[in-house]
Design a protein around this ligand. Structure first.
Ligand code: ADP
Ligand code: MG
Length: 936
């Protein structure tokens, strides 16, 4: 069996299942004999020393064909991996727990441990056990950790999701004022599997949103920041946060560490970075160096993302809008899944990135849209580009693996094919009628890698390639003369031997002379006993040396045969050696071109995204949006990108709807509008029964804004969008009762964030806010929220509600527009038309919806009677809400409707604790209040 091994040794360590009978041999752990006597074996000593240097990692300790784990590590790993826990020898009189994973399957086990949040230190044998033996029979094979495997520093395809970036994020903090009130954060993130390196700064308020956007595989922070009172529970809520000692985040040495990693003289090479940004960036590269133990992956120089360059979308909004995964955690059913037509993994990663970070600069958005438009218009170029891209492998990840010494022959082939495909694609794209700037730039990058490199790789690599370089056979025939000769010797051994046999038969005159092979003698000449004498006598005995006499045969060897055998035996090893040298040479040539190759890989990804979005637009009739600096928000014929496709699968058409949240046209703002300047957007208040399509309408408008600003065409006939800088989407807790009692609190905390953070450029989506509490509470909160959005935030907003009473607000708030989703009643059933029209819902159709849901008809009939009675009473008594201060100044206490009832009602209300009430209890309380009112 051939195994990957850092220095290519053949293993002599025994498998763990079969310990040798006595103590130390070949430098293996066989603690049994010595440890019984209370001593620690030299190997255990070595193990303990290496483990002590890596206390926060599980130690994979290489022994022959296994990685072994001992002590507590073994217990943890055995439990996590469901593998057998055994024991091996004793330490201080106690059994040493042990378990092991075979090298050949170690990736799989690593993957599972990393996914569970463990870190693994991989400790290899650094010399052949035979070398160790030369130093004396008791000496231990040199071993050391060659790599730390952590969730944020993976490069192997088997450990990574091809369609997602895997970021390592470093977060650094600076207190700007002495009181510590004003703090800034710098974020630096790296995908070491692609070389991407970015930096940005943000404030405390947007920290969580930035982290939610990146979804890092691992976050590193200083010990101090990790245990900061304000953040400690936040860090705990994230999957992999690694606290590091202060020196990693030391700002005084940051610049030096960063420039030395990139081997540049000064950090000015990266543009102007703040001290805080330098600190975060240096922490990132320091951690990479530590985990890769000196190997340097080909990182791009850090690129600064200016704050505000992307739309701020917090975690709740991302989840709620199901951008990259559904609320259930699946990719299927998400917006990303619905729009992803990319054909390469790198393209898929870039698409996810863009979707997670829509831009805010209209010019940058236009550039992306131009590229998409080119592929929408030119059907042939689109098809050709996509079929060429399909053949382009994942250049970035292959390059990263080669650079850190974990690459194989197929990674070289990936470079060969990727570079070739890129060059061909660039040539093909010259056929485009006009080449937009974005595409022209990508074409230039596609041509950047040295063509001679691809040609050399094409010459060198065989058609069929092994996964692992030590399997050999990956260098093409007639590429290297010495290799050909060596291989010729190995492969043609039979022919050479056959020829030799013919010659010996001729020379000896023994026609039946044979050359045979066995494991004991190797190659030998064999004749029958009757010819034996003759062979052992002069002159033949000068050539044939007697080895063995058996019953019927006599066996000989010859000097020539011996030499030939030695040659054949070592030919395989030598051929492999030559191949490995060639591999290293090609690898070095690739690394020398790494900047150009990375650039080329990114260009391929951009072309994939542009052509894929082009294909999507053509397939689903998306339109190019107008994105500008205005505060407009006009969608004509908008559709929900995910629901539309889901319905299409059943052949159901989606009903397109318009939306207009733009500021009112002149002569607005009217004189009394005060500070409600030209940028103040409109709020649409949407009422309508359950299942009418309110939530769908709300979300589709948010999704259209995201698509437009990420540079995609949108599911609408036409869209004009003044750049949205912040997007909020919240769903009332009532839609999510299963989550438990605290949901109302969560809902209010989230609403508070919106009211505190939204400016004129924000887009706010509120779906049934205020539902998680008693009716009066909920209504009042919804009411006050709308007033605040209208008067203070002045942002564009969509608000779906079942509180019909809120529609009265439009009489006083001039930018509040009432809309409803049309339904019609047909033979006592409700029919959903999904059409959004101006106005308010006439009633709630709750009973009709209940009927649709299959409530027993007796219940439906009874409910109708109760409803009729309630409505009658309601008409008889003056309506409470018309007496509320709808048209007076807000927040003023109303005149009581019923003299005398006032105190009783107030007292009753004061006794309620809405947070402790179920919706049903709230309803009952409401009836009780009504009853009290009727008493008076
Ligand atoms: P609401 O929030 O008013 O209760 P939803 O938005 O959840 O309603 O929509 C209910 C269902 O109606 C959706 O699952 C979808 O299948 C369908 N639907 C919603 N909007 C449309 C539309 N515009 N065209 C077609 N079907 C729609
Ligand atoms: Mg809804």
């Amino acid at each position: 069996m051939t195994l990957t091994h850092p220095i290519g040794l053949s293993e002599t360590d025994e498998p763990t299942t079969n310990p040798p009978p006595n103590g130390e041999t070949d430098g293996r752990v066989t603690p049994a004999a010595t440890a019984e006597a209370g001593r620690v074996t030299p190997v255990m000593e070595q193990y303990i020393e290496i483990k002590a240097a890596n206390p926060d990692c599980l130690l994979f300790y290489r022994m022959g064909d296994f990685y072994e784990l001992f002590f507590e590590d073994a217990e943890v790993a055995a439990r996590a991996l469901g593998i057998v826990l055994t024991k091996r020898g004793k330490h201080h009189g106690r059994d040493i727990p042990m378990c092991g994973v075979p090298i050949v399957r170690s990736d799989e086990y690593l993957h599972r441990l990393i996914a569970l949040g463990h870190r693994v230190a991989v400790c290899e044998q650094l010399e052949d056990p035979a070398e160790a033996r030369k130093r004396g029979s008791k000496s231990v094979v040199r071993r050391d950790v060659v790599r730390l495997v952590t969730p944020g520093t993976l490069t192997e395809d088997t450990l990574l999701d091809a369609r997602r970036n895997n970021y390592l994020l470093a977060v650094a903090r600076a207190r700007l004022s002495s009181v510590g009130e004003e703090t800034r954060f710098a974020l630096a993130w790296i995908d070491i599997s692609t070389g991407e390196f970015r930096i940005t700064e943000c404030e405390r308020l947007s920290l969580a949103a930035e982290i939610a956007r990146l979804e890092p595989g691992e976050i590193v922070v200083s010990d101090a920041l990790f245990s900061d009172a304000d953040l400690v529970s936040y860090w705990r809520s994230l999957p992999a946060v690694t606290p590091l000692t202060r020196d990693v985040f030391d700002s005084a040495t940051a610049e030096r560490r960063l420039t030395s990693f990139f081997a540049v003289a000064t950090s000015e090479a990266f543009g102007t970075l703040t001290r805080l940004e330098l600190t975060a960036a240096a922490a990132c590269v320091t951690y990479v160096e530590r985990t890769q133990l000196g190997q340097r992956p080909p990182l791009s120089p850090p690129l600064r993302e200016s704050a505000g360059a992307t739309m701020a979308i917090d975690q709740a909004t991302r989840g709620n809008l199901e951008l990259v995964r559904t609320l259930g955690g699946e990719r299927r059913g998400s917006l990303l899944d619905a729009i992803d037509r990319t054909v390469t993994s790198a393209g898929s990663r870039l698409l996810a990135q863009r979707l997670s970070a829509p831009l805010t600069d209209p010019a940058a958005i236009e550039r992306r849209l131009d590229a998409v438009a080119a592929f929408v218009d030119d059907v042939a170029a689109r098809a050709d580009t996509r079929s060429r891209l399909q053949a382009a492998p994942d250049l970035a990840r292959a390059l990263a693996r080669l650079a850190v010494g974990r690459g194989g022959p197929r990674d070289l082939a990936a470079i060969r094919d990727g570079v070739q495909a890129a060059a061909d694609l660039a040539r093909a794209l010259t056929s485009l009628k006009d080449v937009p700037a974005e595409i022209a730039q990508a074409m230039a990058s596609c041509r950047r890698p040295d063509a001679a490199l691809a040609a050399e790789l094409a010459l060198a690599l065989a058609d069929e390639l092994p996964l692992i370089k030590r399997d050999g056979g990956f260098v093409r025939e007639s590429y290297d003369a010495a290799l050909d000769e060596t291989r010729g010797l190995r492969d043609e051994s039979r022919r050479i031997i056959a020829a030799l046999q013919a010659r010996y038969a001729e020379e000896s005159g023994v026609r039946i002379l044979k050359i045979r092979h066995n494991n004991v003698l190797g190659y030998f000449v064999e004749v029958t006993a009757q010819h034996g004498e003759k062979m052992m006598a002069p002159p033949l005995n000068a050539t044939f040396i007697h080895r063995q006499t058996l019953a019927g045969q006599v066996r000989f060897t010859t000097t020539e045969l011996g030499e030939l055998e030695a040659k054949i035996a070592s030919a395989g090893e030598r051929a492999l050696g030559i191949e490995l040298d060639i591999f290293e040479r090609l690898c070095a040539a690739v690394i020398a071109e790494s900047a150009a190759i990375k650039d080329c890989a990114e260009a391929l990804a951009r072309l994939d995204v542009a052509s894929a979005l082009g294909a999507l637009a053509a397939e689903r009739a998306y339109a190019r949006p107008d994105v500008d600096d205005s505060h407009a928000f006009v969608i004509e014929g908008g559709r929900h990108p995910v629901v539309e496709q889901a319905l299409a699968r059943d052949g159901t058409p989606f009903v397109a709807n318009d939306c207009d949240l733009s500021p009112l046209p002149p002569p607005y703002p009217p004189p009394h509008a005060g500070e409600g300047g030209v940028g103040a957007g409109r709020i649409w208040l949407i009422t309508g029964p359950n299942m009418a399509g309110k939530s769908t309408f709300l979300r589709q408008n948010a999704l259209i804004a995201i698509l437009a600003q990420m540079g995609s065409f949108v599911p609408a006939k036409h869209a004009q969008i003044g750049v949205v800088d912040r997007l909020f989407s919240r769903v009332g807790a009532a839609d999510d009762l299963a989550r438990g009692r605290s949901t109302f609190m969560v809902e209010m905390v989230e609403t508070a964030a919106i009211l505190n953070q939204s400016g004129e450029r924000a887009l706010v989506i509120l779906d049934e806010i205020g539902r998680g509490t008693a009716t009066f509470d909920g209504l009042s909160i919804a009411w006050a929220t709308i007033e605040h959005l209208h008067d203070v935030n002045k942002c564009r907003a969509l608000f779906a509600t079942h509180y019909h009473e809120l529609t009265a607000l439009s009489a006083r708030l001039d930018r509040l527009h009432n809309a409803t989703v049309k339904v019609k009643e047909w033979k006592g059933d409700v029919v959903f038309l999904h059409e959004v029209v101006p106005g308010a819902a006439d009633r709630s159709y709750g009973i009709q919806v209940a009927k649709l849901a299959g409530l027993p008809s007796s219940v439906i009939e009874r409910a109708k009677i109760v409803l009729a009675k309630l409505e009658q009473e309601d008409r008889a008594a003056p309506k409470g809400f018309e007496d509320l201060p709808l048209f007076a100044a807000p927040f003023k206490v109303a005149q009581p409707a019923h003299e005398g009832a006032h105190d009783t009602l107030i007292a009753a209300l004061a006794a309620f604790n809405p947070d402790d009430m179920s919706p049903r209890e709230a309803m009952e309380a409401l009836y009780a209040l009504k009853a009290k009112l009727a008493e008076k």
